[in-house]
Design a binder for this molecule. Sequence first.
Ligand code: COA
Length: 328
Amino acid sequence: MGINILGTGCCLPEQKLSNNDFCRFIDTNDEWIRTRTGITERPMSGWEPTWYLGLNASMQAVERAGIDPKEIGLVIGCSVSSDFLTPSMASIIQHKIGAVNAAAFDINAACTGFVYALDTARRFLDTDSSLKYVLVVAAENLSRFVDFTDRSSCILFGDGSAAAVIERSEKLYSSHLASDGSGANLLFARSMDVAEEIKTDKEFETEFADMPLHKLYQNGKEVYKFAVQALPKSFELAAEKAGITIDDIDWFIPHQANVRIIETAAKKLGVPMDKFIITLDHYGNTSSSSIPLALNEALEKGIIKRGQKLALIGFGAGLTYGGIIIEY
Ligand code: COA
């Protein structure tokens, strides 16, 4: 059983930060950021809460799907930067869009969140025939906990949200989800309520032990090494399950972290770069929102056509990774 994407939507904060804007508070320059990452600007929230971005993306997806919100049976949210530890972002959005008959919960699989959430949605649709539509919404305000004194990480991330309404279908579908928790300390941010025990937490002790609490820490080089393995591996494992080859895929929609990661993966897979949807130049890395934002933009531009095969591939903190192959 596969899925049919009925409609997608997105919401971006009003303000953007260009590479040059960072020169005002860290020692960097536009050329370094562009050549090392491919990013030129990224949306950055001011007043907008995460749920608000998610709500607007969801309303657009529901409107484009042309469905009644009352027919949505499940809302799955994904975020690493929710406004609340509880309730879930999904519950807030479920209420505000009038999806009164829906269950709601959030998933945190970091930048692989949308891939995990979409696959979870498909599994619900497969096992519950009373379920008609599922809304999957990713929303992130990474700027809330990015360390703006760490020049190698703060320039990477952006804020934004994207959503999709799906139903079951008989189209091609396969997925592979994975996690390697041995790399959990390579990319992490602590919860807000950690006290003094942080000092003796050997598991997560790093060379950045003195960094401000609750900020995002990453070992960029190790995460890079992981990402260039995880991207092709996720695709290969999902393709194997689907019984298809690289040539059968029309569009690759990878997590948008760094264009050099995507170029390296493309080379490994033997796929030309023009089969990859790239949006990181103007969105940066928006964690779980990055794949649906790229999907939404490619659909808005008419790049992706009905019947084409897509590979959505994520990787991120956890370390999680995973790929989904779908027919649009
Ligand atoms: N501006 C200018 N110089 C910078 C800089 C910046 N924003 N950030 C780092 N540098 C400097 C470093 O201090 C270093 O200087 P040094 O040689 O004098 O010590 C130099 O640039 C090279 O740094 P390095 O860390 O080797 O750069 P890199 O090519 O590995 O790129 C990342 C760094 C973070 C862009 C890269 O490792 C990366 O993308 N990693 C993956 C991160 C990621 O995707 N995380 C999210 C995953 S979901």
